[in-house]
Design a protein around this ligand. Structure first.
Ligand SMILES: CCCCCCCCCCCCC[C@H](O)CC(=O)SCCNC(=O)CCNC(=O)[C@H](O)C(C)(C)COP(=O)(O)OP(=O)(O)OC[C@H]1O[C@@H](n2cnc3c(N)ncnc32)[C@H](O)[C@@H]1OP(=O)(O)O
Ligand SMILES: NC(=O)c1ccc[n+]([C@@H]2O[C@H](COP(=O)([O-])OP(=O)(O)OC[C@H]3O[C@@H](n4cnc5c(N)ncnc54)[C@H](O)[C@@H]3O)[C@@H](O)[C@H]2O)c1
Length: 715
């Protein structure tokens, strides 16, 4: 609702009340209409202030209303009524003014913001554009280039930047409502002609075409197929070239195409999924709301390679004390230098001082005796990790949580090395660990709910989106990647090139195709895992392992020292080791031809559809197996992992959402087709849960959990 009160005798105060973010639901919109009407009708009221309850101005339109039949007054006329008011209306912006929230403020005559407030038009991140006149008012207020930046990126700006851009009129460190009331009284009675943004001409640009061409090129490059950023540029162009009323029409037209699009559905699903994963549960029945985390003030990181350094930075930046341990003095010194550099660069960007003092470095594991939690990040070698866990058990005080950053080793096996396996969980970060938002929190059969809650909470503290998953080889993300990569390799055997496979996957929206990604991560990583799994055994029939099809192509490249970017060659060639520009490699093409000839394989023409379906549906099929086994609690968990950790295009929601969009019947049919053609590839065999979902009438994704529950209860 919106509550109307009179303060200081002559100020009408409208307070938006719709926790948690005062979104503009139908009731709130109606409340604003009624309150404005009332205030304008009261002769004693000289001016109005609009604020939000609980220190939050407004988080925008109520996204939960989007899928439903719209009721209540539409936003544009509400904001026009405010702008047309004969008494000054001041927005008192505390906390947030986002999307429709900022558009409401732009309908007001003045804007006062608290210094800690964040403002922005993030509609693009939900597959939309600011369609309550935001795309038309903002360029008129701050000019086309700045408006294009804010609207196409959806980034939030601080109050200080908003002041500099001209979005707000004043910033205060004190009570914002008090400041707004004082301000409103000071301008009461003054002419409002120059305060109605919709009447402003859009600031002229001499190079208008060039600006919009450049903006369009920029968004198309970054969008990876997303349509909203393109529509945002078109809407701002309308503001720059058309009278306000016509610009509004264009905004409405563009919004109509976005509003019902699959991309908007996917992005809004993704928004809620990222919040839903925080409400985790385990098959044992333990849950987020019944498991209390322990506060972590001091942590240790063991192993300061690529991952350990990033994890140390993340912990220190969040204000924790960190003991950073590396056994070799030389590596320790190098790590210290690298970590300090990362902290200094990060602090410079944020305009704060680097928290260098939060970290103490040591080459002696005994120095971790007084920490609350340890994150082990030594080489991916089970014997080594077991040794480290035994040492930790001996030196850590009782109750210390022991976490491992392993990419896929058995958490329970590691836990068995300690007298308190309930304190052991996986904390699987993604590289670069201080940047990537995803954290897989992996619980073993003996991990306590408190250990899981503590790791999930620590993830939150350091700014990660944490997803709780069960223990299995590769956990969720890497396990699903395995059949995807296998299919990509099989396609090469059958006649495709790495360039073609990557092109199809990149057109789908991945930042990098399977082969460019493997070259970046290092081919040796998978090689080591396959060796440890006994798959790389000289003398074995080359293309079969344990009765299943196996492609040794990656192993053969590694035997040649082709580890990817770091060695200057892999699936592609590079100018020099470390270079990032992948070029097609004639050597690799002849190697593939020789390989096919050696194995009696005849190259055939492979089309886009086959590449996409085999790579994506095999990955999705593994996702269904993961759900069936209870390794992930719901499809949202898998989708968040893929969007945040594996560059799955956000506007496609994630693999499980994509399967829902394609249609489960279609996915099942195509898997059956490919499995018939490749009976020696078990990952193409449709999993039981997928069949059950189809048999139960292909329910929409938000109802899959009901079927999953039934499957689990039958086990
Ligand atoms: C035929 C076709 C016709 C087409 C014509 C249709 C015309 C329709 C006209 C529409 C007009 C458009 C108006 C406007 O331009 C559109 C918008 O405003 S879209 C919304 C823009 N706002 C945002 O994107 C903000 C989203 N929220 C956030 O970024 C964050 O939540 C936050 C506000 C920064 C707060 O962050 P935190 O403190 O970390 O809290 P959480 O994120 O965990 O959120 C808490 C809780 O609140 C829920 N929530 C947040 N924002 C909204 C919202 N805008 N609507 C509904 N719910 C919201 C969030 O989901 C959390 O709840 P939980 O999911 O955990 O239950
Ligand atoms: N690199 C990635 O992209 C990535 C992503 C997620 C998880 N992981 C996992 O993180 C872990 C570390 O990977 P990485 O890429 O950082 O490896 P890395 O080779 O870069 O670093 C490992 C570090 O551990 C140190 N070390 C070895 N034994 C030690 C001991 N006993 N005590 C203290 N330090 C010791 C080594 O000197 C080295 O500096 C592995 O388990 C890996 O699977 C890696």
């Amino acid at each position: 609702m919106a509550q109307y009160t009179r303060i200081s005798g002559s100020v009408g105060l409208i307070t938006l009340k719709n926790p948690p973010v005062n979104a503009l639901s139908a009731v709130v919109r109606q409340g604003i209409v009624d309150s404005v009407e009332r205030a304008l009708g009261e002769p004693e009221v000289k001016c109005l202030v609009i604020c939000g309850q609980s220190g939050k101005f407004c988080g925008g339109a109520d996204i939960r209303e989007f899928g439903k039949k719209m009721t209540g007054p539409p936003l544009i006329p509400v904001f026009h009524a405010i702008e047309a008011a004969a008494k000054p209306v001041v927005a008192a912006i505390e906390g947030i003014a986002l999307g429709g929230g900022l558009e409401l403020a732009l309908g007001c005559h003045y804007r006062i913001a608290h210094s800690k407030a964040k403002l922005g038009l993030p509609e693009v991140t939900l597959g939309l554009l600011p369609a309550a006149a935001g795309s038309q008012r903002l360029p008129r207020l701050i000019g086309v280039p700045a408006a294009l930046d804010l609207i196409t990126t959806g980034r939030h700006v601080t109050a200080a930047e908003a002041l500099q851009l001209g979005i707000v009129d004043q910033v205060t460190d004190h009570n914002t409502v008090d400041a707004a009331v004082k301000f409103a009284l000071s301008v009461a009675g003054q002419s409002l002609d120059a305060r109605r943004i919709s009447t402003f001409p859009c600031p002229r640009l001499s190079n208008l075409d060039a600006v919009f061409e450049a903006a369009m090129q920029k968004v198309r490059q970054a969008a990876r197929g997303a349509i909203a950023p393109v529509a945002c540029v078109q809407a701002v162009r309308a503001a720059a070239t058309l009278p306000y009323a016509q610009g509004l029409e264009r905004e409405k037209e563009l919004m109509a195409t976005l509003f019902t699009s699959g991309q908007a559905r996917a992005l809004q699903y993704s928004f809620f999924a990222q919040r839903a994963v925080g409400r985790w549960s385990m098959p044992s029945g333990a849950r987020w709301d019944t498991s209390k985390p322990k506060p972590i003030r001091k942590a240790a990181v063991i192993g300061l390679g690529t991952m350990g350094r990033g994890i140390t930075v993340g912990l220190a930046q969040a204000g924790l004390s960190v003991v950073a341990v590396e056994t070799q003095e030389k590596q320790l010194m190098e790590a210290k230098q690298a970590v300090s550099g990362m902290l200094e660069r990060g602090a410079k960007k944020r305009g704060v001082s680097p928290p260098l003092g939060n970290i103490s470095y040591s080459s002696n594991i005994k120095t971790v005796g007084d920490v609350d939690l340890v994150i082990e990040a030594v080489f991916e070698d089970m014997a080594l990790k077991k040794e480290v866990f035994q040492q930790l058990s001996a030196v850590c005080r009782p109750g210390t949580f022991l976490c491992t950053n392993t990419s896929g080793l058995d958490i329970d096996d590691l836990a068995s090395q300690t007298p308190n396996p309930e304190l052991v969980v996986g904390m699987h970060f993604f590289a670069p660990a201080h940047v990537m938002k995803l954290l897989e929190v992996v619980y073993g059969p003996r991990s306590s709910p408190q250990a899981v809650a503590t790791a999930m909470q620590l993830g939150k503290v350091i700014g990660k989106v944490s997803v709780a998953v069960g223990n299995c080889q590769g956990f969720v993300g890497n396990r699903m990647l395995s059949p995807y990569l296998s299919q990509a390799n099989f396609l090469l055997e059958e006649g495709a090139t790495p360039e073609f496979v990557d092109q199809v996957l990149e057109e789908f929206g991945f930042a990098m195709g399977a082969f460019r990604m493997s070259d970046l991560s290092g081919l040796d990583v998978g090689w080591r895992v396959r060796k440890a799994a006994g798959l790389v055994v000289p003398g074995k029939p080359a293309r079969m392992r344990q009765g299943c099809r196996y492609s040794p192509l990656g192993d053969l490249l590694c035997e040649q020292g082709r580890f990817g970017q770091k060695t200057g060659s892999g699936w592609y060639q590079y100018d020099k080791p470390g270079s990032r520009v992948a070029k097609p490699d004639p050597w690799l093409h002849s190697f593939l031809e020789e390989y096919r000839a050696r194995h009696g394989l005849v190259a055939r023409r492979i089309d886009h559809q086959e590449v996409l379906e085999r790579c994506l549906y095999s990955l999705i099929n593994e996702g269904f197996r993961i759900l069936e086994e209870g390794i992930a609690a719901g499809p949202e968990d898998i989708d968040v992992i893929y969007v945040l950790g594996y560059s799955w295009p956000r506007h496609r929601g994630g693999p499980m959402f994509y399967a829902d969009m394609v249609g489960l019947t279609r996915v099942l049919e195509r898997l059956e087709f490919y499995h018939q053609a490749h009976p020696d590839v078990p990952s193409l065999q449709p999993c039981n849960l997928l069949r059950k979902l189809v048999a139960s009438g292909t329910p929409p994704i938000h109802r899959w959990r009901e079927v999953i529950k039934k499957v689990h209860s039958q086990l």
